[in-house]
Write a protein that binds this ligand. Structure first.
Ligand SMILES: O=P(O)(O)OC[C@H]1O[C@H](OP(=O)(O)OP(=O)(O)O)[C@H](O)[C@@H]1O
Ligand SMILES: Nc1ncnc2[nH]cnc12
Length: 170
């Protein structure tokens, strides 16, 4: 399946100098979206994932169908102030800005095998923060799955020791 042909480049979004990788054409094409999730689901099964963790918002369009496909649960990571229950949180840096990510304090059980999922790995700030949240709760990082990797931004360095699967690399 040619995933790359369904990813649109948008220069200077959301700010000058950023080449934004727009996945909405891929999501809008049913067979391509399904093939992408199926490929990442095979990886999730190989990792022996007990639960999928994904950050808002685009992490949900990868993480939630992966959870459904593999029959495990999904845990949302949200930006500050959005989760209703007791949370743990971590500050993180993005390719364009900084923010705080939070997870419910009871979301992961100690020893659970966690697969991290998102649409895109850039600097690794988001996934590094998700990994830190999982580790704070005693989860085991079983792997990390993405549609896209921007290799020149070196995000894998923030996921050392974790098996990483990406479908399209730039
Ligand atoms: O590897 P990084 O440098 O952390 O960048 C990747 C993250 O940036 C984007 O999310 P964004 O924070 O723009 O939020 P969104 O999903 O709500 O658009 C993307 O969906 C990843 O989560
Ligand atoms: N270049 C990029 N395109 C789309 N999403 C991103 N998240 C961080 N960097 C991005």
């Amino acid at each position: 399946m040619n995933f790359e042909s369904q990813i649109r480049d948008v220069p200077d979004f959301p700010q000058p100098g950023i080449l934004f990788k727009d996945i909405t054409p891929l999501l809008a094409d049913g067979p391509t979206y399904r093939a992408a999730i199926n490929e990442l689901a095979d990886f999730a099964r190989q990792c022996g994932a007990d639960v999928i963790v994904g950050p808002e918002a685009r992490g949900y369009v990868v993480g939630a169908p992966l959870a459904y496909a593999t029959g495990v649960g999904f845990v949302p990571v949200r930006k500050r102030g959005k989760l209703p229950w007791k949370t743990i949180g971590v500050e993180y840096a993005l390719e364009y800005g900084t923010d705080r990510l939070e997870m419910h304090a009871d979301a992961i059980l100690p020893g659970q095998r966690v697969l991290l999922a998102d649409d895109l790995l850039a600097t690794g700030g988001t996934m590094g923060a998700c990994a830190a949240l999982v580790q704070q709760l005693g989860g085991v990082l079983a792997g990390a799955a993405f549609l896209i990797e921007l290799s020149h931004l070196g995000g894998r360095a923030k996921l050392q020791g974790i098996e990483v699967k990406t479908l399209v690399q730039y």
